[in-house]
Structures are given as C-alpha cells and as structure tokens.
Design a protein around this ligand. Structure first.
Ligand SMILES: CC(C)(COP(=O)(O)OP(=O)(O)OC[C@H]1O[C@@H](n2cnc3c(N)ncnc32)[C@H](O)[C@@H]1OP(=O)(O)O)[C@@H](O)C(=O)NCCC(=O)NCCS
Length: 172
C-alpha cells in the first residue's frame, strides 16, 4: 500500500528537504509585481551547502523547542513542516509541498501534526508572501488571521527582503 507517511525528519532526509524547499520556492515565489525573478531565487543558492547545513542543524535540534516533520510518498520526501516553540512565541517556520503533490491533503496533514504539537489553543504565528493567495486561504482554513505586514523574512539576491505578512492563530 502506498500510503503517505508523516514522520519526524532524520539527518538522512536533509538533502531531500533542501530540494523540496528549493523546488517549491522556484515554483511559488517568482512575481512580476514585486520584481522577484526565478533567476534571483536561483542566485540564492537554495540547494547549496549553506542551506543543507541549516537543515541538518535544525534536525539535530529536534526536541521540545523545535520540530520538523516530513511527508513521504513511496519513499520520496514530497513535503515538510518546521515549527518553533520559544518563550512567548510559537512559530510556524516553513511548510512546503512539491507542486505536483499539492492539493491532495498533504499540507493539511503536516499542519494538523504541527498544531497538535503546539497544543490545542496555543497562539501560533507565521509569515507568508502577500501574493501567495492559495496559501493564505489554506492558513485561514486552519484559523490563522492576517495581523500585520512584517519583514522577518529572507533577503533576496539584490538585497531586498521577501515581502511578507504576518498571520496569527489564537492570538493572546
Ligand atoms: C500551502 C501548501 C503547503 C498547502 O499544502 P497542500 O498539500 O497543497 O494543501 P492541502 O491539499 O492539504 O489543502 C488544500 C487546500 O489549501 C489550498 N491550497 C493552497 N495551496 C494550494 C495549491 N497549490 N493547490 C491546491 N490547493 C491549495 C486550497 O484552497 C485547498 O483548500 P480546499 O481543501 O478548501 O480546496 C502547499 O500548497 C505549498 O507548498 N504551497 C507552495 C509553498 C508555500 O506557499 N508554502 C507556504 C510558505 S508560507
């Protein structure tokens, strides 16, 4: 049976996770209005050694304050989610599902796992680019509401920051 598996990431998954992030960024973030080109994203070397080190570091830190789950389909990593619990701040850091696998409930399964980890009514915040309408709709489905513009987001190859808005679920 080829059931989708959601499980805690291991170091051996790091390369695949980096690849999911890279491919999903390239498919999702180019935008004419915000002058974000595919080339700019490629120049960020999303699949490079720095990105791999960061993911490996995160996997090594999995515990009470950080968790990273992957979604595997027939042995292939097709999505992942990272969550952080800091004093006074629960944060959903990344949620990516490969384009070819989107719209099949995988993101919802990852999100459900994460929200359970945070606790039923815990406040959780996240950032999302303003032109990512489908994703904003997805987050609203899980009770997140748009709170404010926010710039706690990656720097592009030309020095600008990715545009982003902040969403919160169960604000204090
Ligand atoms: C947002 C994302 C994680 C959702 O995962 P998913 O597996 O596609 O979502 P699901 O199949 O569980 O849920 C689909 C629902 O989300 C919405 N949705 C969001 N993105 C979608 C997409 N690309 N394709 C289809 N539905 C999408 C739909 O409105 C759908 O709602 P419905 O069930 O009422 O029809 C995924 O689409 C994705 O990785 N998108 C690109 C990267 C991204 O934006 N990540 C978030 C960064 S802040």
């Amino acid at each position: 049976m080829n059931k989708l598996i959601i499980k805690t990431a291991k170091l051996s998954d790091a390369k695949a996770i980096v690849q999911v992030r890279k491919l999903t960024w390239l498919d999702t973030y180019p935008n004419r209005k915000y002058r974000i080109t595919r080339k700019m994203l490629e120049d960020m070397n999303l699949g490079g050694p720095k990105a791999l080190r960061k993911i490996r570091k995160r996997i090594n830190r999995i515990g009470k304050s950080l968790h990273l789950w992957i979604a595997k389909d027939k042995g292939t990593v097709v999505g992942y989610i990272t969550v952080f619990r800091k004093p006074g701040k629960n944060y959903l850091g990344s949620l990516y599902v490969l384009s070819a696998y989107q719209g099949r409930g995988i993101g919802s399964q990852l999100m459900t796992k994460a929200l359970k980890w945070f606790g039923k009514n815990a406040p959780v915040s996240l950032s999302v680019v303003p032109y990512n309408r489908k994703t904003i709709k997805f987050y609203k489905k899980f009770g997140f509401k748009i709170i404010s513009p926010n710039c706690d987001c990656p720097v592009l190859a030309d020095g600008r920051r990715m545009p982003s808005i902040k969403m919160v679920r169960n604000p204090k």
